[in-house]
Design a protein around this ligand. Structure first.
Ligand SMILES: Nc1ncnc2c1ncn2[C@@H]1O[C@H](COP(=O)(O)OP(=O)(O)O)[C@@H](O)[C@H]1O
Ligand SMILES: O=C(O)C1=C[C@@H](OP(=O)(O)O)[C@@H](O)[C@H](O)C1
Ligand SMILES: [Mg+2]
Length: 169
């Protein structure tokens, strides 16, 4: 790894954003949330992009955003759909340690609740169960390490993840 960065990948609501910002403070790293960059660049919410341009366009914007990051000393919280881009994932693997934040299907389903306004980059007719199955294979494919997040809250999870990262860098 050329520059020291950590990328967090995983299902929507697995904790990438909540854990990422806490981890960045604990490790004195920069914090990047690609969803926020996309919103700033497009001046649209993720839901608005999906509604007006479709979920494939959101995935394309996400890919372009990742490829333009050039991160240094950063924790990068990605959007859950980033693994659909081979290019983006190869880029992240080159510039960072890629951590898959793994959360059980039951917990993800519970956290997502009514996800109709969450701007998920998935076909309308794809169920959460189908999405979980399809994506799990991709998260596992690209992960350098897997972090099983069965912790009570994001702060505890960030402390545990820091230990795992320290062992792996
Ligand atoms: N152990 C945990 N780790 C991270 N988040 C947790 C945990 N337990 C509950 N949560 C809650 O789950 C949600 C995770 O959302 P978020 O961080 O936005 O995920 P993502 O960025 O992966 O979509 C937050 O509401 C957070 O408070
Ligand atoms: O998994 C997805 O399809 C998406 C997850 C979101 O980010 P989080 O994973 O941070 O919720 C955001 O990028 C967009 O709404 C699409
Ligand atoms: Mg997030």
């Amino acid at each position: 790894m050329g520059r020291m960065n950590v990328s967090l990948i995983g299902m929507p609501s697995s904790g990438k954003s909540s854990i990422g910002v806490i981890l960045a403070k604990m490790m004195r790293f920069n914090f990047i949330d690609t969803d926020i960059i996309i919103q700033n660049n497009t001046k649209r919410t993720l839901q608005q992009i999906v509604d007006s341009k479709g979920y494939l366009k959101l995935r394309q914007i996400e890919e372009e955003t990742i490829l333009s990051l050039n991160p240094e000393h950063s924790i990068i919280s990605t959007g859950g759909s980033v693994v659909y881009s081979k290019k983006a994932m190869e880029y992240l693997k080159n510039v960072s340690l890629v951590v898959y934040i793994k959360v059980s299907f039951e917990e993800i389903k519970k956290r997502l609740g009514d996800y109709s306004l969450r701007g998920l980059a998935k076909p309308k007719d794809q169920t959460i169960a189908e999405m979980y199955k399809e994506r799990t294979a991709l998260y596992e494919r690209y992960a350098d390490i897997i972090f099983e997040n069965h912790f009570k809250n994001a702060t505890i999870a960030a402390e545990k993840l820091k230990e795992l990262i320290d062992e792996n860098i």
